[in-house]
Design a protein around this ligand. Structure first.
Ligand code: F6R
Length: 620
């Protein structure tokens, strides 16, 4: 949700800043902008819409005209104020000397705005961010911090409420950026004679693998020679450096036409890497977990909190954990969780699932759970992000960077990690024998190879999506673990193709939704294995017949060898055999392709950046 980048060094800052923005654009693409500090002046360019519009504007001016070696940049996901040129960042102070970029929400903005306006300054944008630029100039021009850029910027940071990362520049100090953060991310990249800032490491991975993550309410002052970290009062603080363990290639498209397609194809590796190292000498080991077997034995209830696709992964966790561990599992979308006064205590384990580790709703749910005394275990894909930092323990998914806004590989990795948590609970509480746990783990381990096979369905799905055109609405049905898969399939289609899609538990159909079925309506049906629980299979075969009889065009996802569905399938997508609980890791994949291909058939070519969305939703 918005990305900020910063650079101080020897090279042309514009080039480095724009490249960084390109890699960060998945976080927001309502507008983009850059401020280059050069020859004691600021050169600011910003433009509504995707980064391509800004690039065109900069090319029109001529890139050679930007000679400065310091810059700050921003891509926006609009919160306060419409997405347009004026509301785009950077924002410049009334005297034209200071510029800022901001990610997050300044909650006391109304008070600050009034103060700025009382000082005779006219606000030009509708954003909450612009006040920070004016406050910086006011502090720098007059009063106790006059003439001191660093002290002025820190004074502004101390005045802000809410969640924010702000980068400050001033044209009197062309080789310095001051930045600070609270509850939204900021990472420093440490190069040789150059220093970088980014909302995540993708901003500077092309230049350095040495990084430092800022803690809560920390500030940083960067120059070409290095960085200094402080609190908002200017006292030195220690921040832990780390080495980035993925490379530039992982953040680039690698020959695919979109990040989403690349990430769908990376799913075998995402699941394999998430499982790796967690079954040692016949035992499930959650090494990053920091919860003892005794803690796990004491758990009387599990509560899963998450949003969107992560929530769907949590629904699957409920089926698995209740079946393997025999403890009740509740699940709730994180945005509703804390308003409902959920029943939690020290014996509740809250599983907070989040790819980004930044989702505001999930973060607030974690905070609420902790105030109620519950233990929180985060399942997260982003090292060192806020949710794992505030949780008691973390189990990382190892899906690698997910750039496509619609979650694919992170979702599958979340399901695998949630299942590992279930197995660890079953092991600690003795609800499964060691050989049963080994069997389930082996079934998980066999999945990457099976996912490879499912990826071969791509061509068939491409053809199918052409035949389905035009699609106005589409339904998805599933039973048991097929139900969350149906929800996930519908979500993917909504967000990518912008068409109405709904997922239902197949059994609910006759309680209302069957009224939606009309001649030609495409309905996807996720069919459970005929060898797992036969009763599930036969019931869904009846459901397919019911909708076919009413004119639906059925797109059936069924296991190889399942002959019973053949007479009722207009289109049949075959997936390999696996046990019931494992099937979602296979049956979700064709639905990801389907959503992407239908989206393109419907005219959305840029499936990596669906309209109105952002990768990390850092506002509630
Ligand atoms: C859907 C999607 C979103 C995210 C949700 C949670 O394709 O990507 O629904 O799953 O916004 O995000 P994280 O996992 O980062 O908390």
């Amino acid at each position: 949700m918005c990305a900020i980048v910063g650079y101080v060094g020897q090279a042309q800052a514009l080039q480095i800043g724009l490249e960084a923005l390109e890699r960060m654009e998945y976080r927001g693409y309502d507008s983009a902008g850059i401020a280059v500090v050069q020859k004691g002046a600021l050169h600011v360019e910003k433009k509504e819409g995707k980064l391509a519009n800004l690039l065109e504007q900069v090319d029109h001016i001529g890139r050679d005209n930007f000679t400065g070696t310091t810059c700050i940049g921003h891509t926006r996901w609009a919160t306060h104020g419409r997405p347009n040129d004026v509301n785009a960042h950077p924002h410049v102070s009334f005297d034209g000397k200071a510029a800022i970029v901001h990610n997050g929400i300044i909650e006391n903005f109304a008070t600050l705005r009034e103060e700025v306006e009382n000082a005779g300054i006219e606000m030009t944008s509708e954003t909450d961010s612009e006040v920070a630029a004016h406050l910086l100039a006011l502090a720098y021009n007059d009063g106790p911090t006059a003439g001191d850029f660093e002290a002025s910027a820190l004074a502004v940071l101390r005045r802000l409420d809410g969640a924010f990362t702000v980068l400050f520049t001033h044209c009197d100090h062309p080789g310095t950026i001051v930045a600070g953060r609270r509850s939204t991310p900021l990472i420093v990249g440490v190069g040789d004679g150059e220093t970088f800032l980014g909302s995540d490491v993708a901003a500077f991975i092309a230049h350095t693998k040495k990084a430092v993550e800022l803690g809560q309410d920390n500030a940083v002052i960067i120059t070409a020679d290095g960085y200094r970290t402080t609190d908002f009062d200017g006292n030195d603080v220690e921040c832990t450096p780390f080495t980035i363990d993925w490379d530039l290639e992982a953040a680039e498209k690698g020959g695919f036409d979109s990040f989403m397609m690349k990430e769908i194809h990376e799913q075998p590796a995402a699941v394999r890497d998430t499982l790796a190292g967690h079954f040692v000498d016949g035992r499930i080991v959650l090494d990053e977990q920091r919860l003892s077997d005794e803690d796990l034995r004491g758990v009387e209830k599990v509560f899963v909190v998450a949003c969107g696709s992560a929530y769907h992964s949590g629904l699957l966790a409920k089926y698995a954990i209740e079946h393997w561990v025999r403890v009740p599992v509740e699940i709730e979308v994180a945005s509703e969780f804390r308003y409902r006064d959920p029943v939690l205590d020290q014996r509740t384990l809250v599983l907070a699932v989040s790819q980004s580790g930044e989702t505001a709703d999930t973060l607030e749910a974690v905070r609420h759970a902790k105030t109620q005394g519950a233990r929180v275990l985060a399942v997260c894909n982003t090292n060192g992000s806020q949710i794992p930092r505030e949780s008691d323990a973390v189990l990382y998914t190892h899906a690698g960077p997910e750039i496509g806004v619609a979650s694919t590989k992170a979702f599958l990795a979340q399901v695998a990690a949630n299942y590992l948590v279930g197995l660890a609970l079953a092991q600690a509480r003795g609800t499964k024998f060691a050989d049963e746990i080994a069997d389930i783990y082996n079934a998980l381990e066999a999945l990457p190879e099976k996912i490879e096979k499912v990826l071969k369905l791509r061509e068939q799905i491409l053809e199918l999506s052409k035949e389905l055109r035009p699609v106005k609405t589409m339904l998805f049905l599933g039973r048991y673990v097929g139900f969350p898969v149906a929800l996930e399939g519908a979500l993917k289609l909504k967000e990518l193709a912008y068409i109405h899609a709904e997922g239902f538990a197949a059994g609910e159909l006759k309680h209302g939704p069957i009224a939606l079925i009309e001649e030609g309506l495409p309905v996807v049906v996720v069919v459970p294995s005929p060898t797992g629980r036969p009763v599930l299979h036969s019931k869904i075969v009846s459901n397919i017949q019911e909708i076919r009889a009413r004119g639906a065009r059925t797109i059936v996802i069924a296991e190889e060898g399942d002959a019973a569905v053949e007479p009722f399938a207009n289109y049949l997508l075959r997936i390999p055999n696996t046990s019931s609980l494992m099937q979602p890791l296979l049956s979700t994949v064709p639905l990801q392709f389907l959503a992407a291909d239908i989206a393109r058939e419907c005219g959305n070519q840029d499936i990596d950046k669906p309209r109105n969305l952002a990768k990390s939703v850092t506002v509630e």
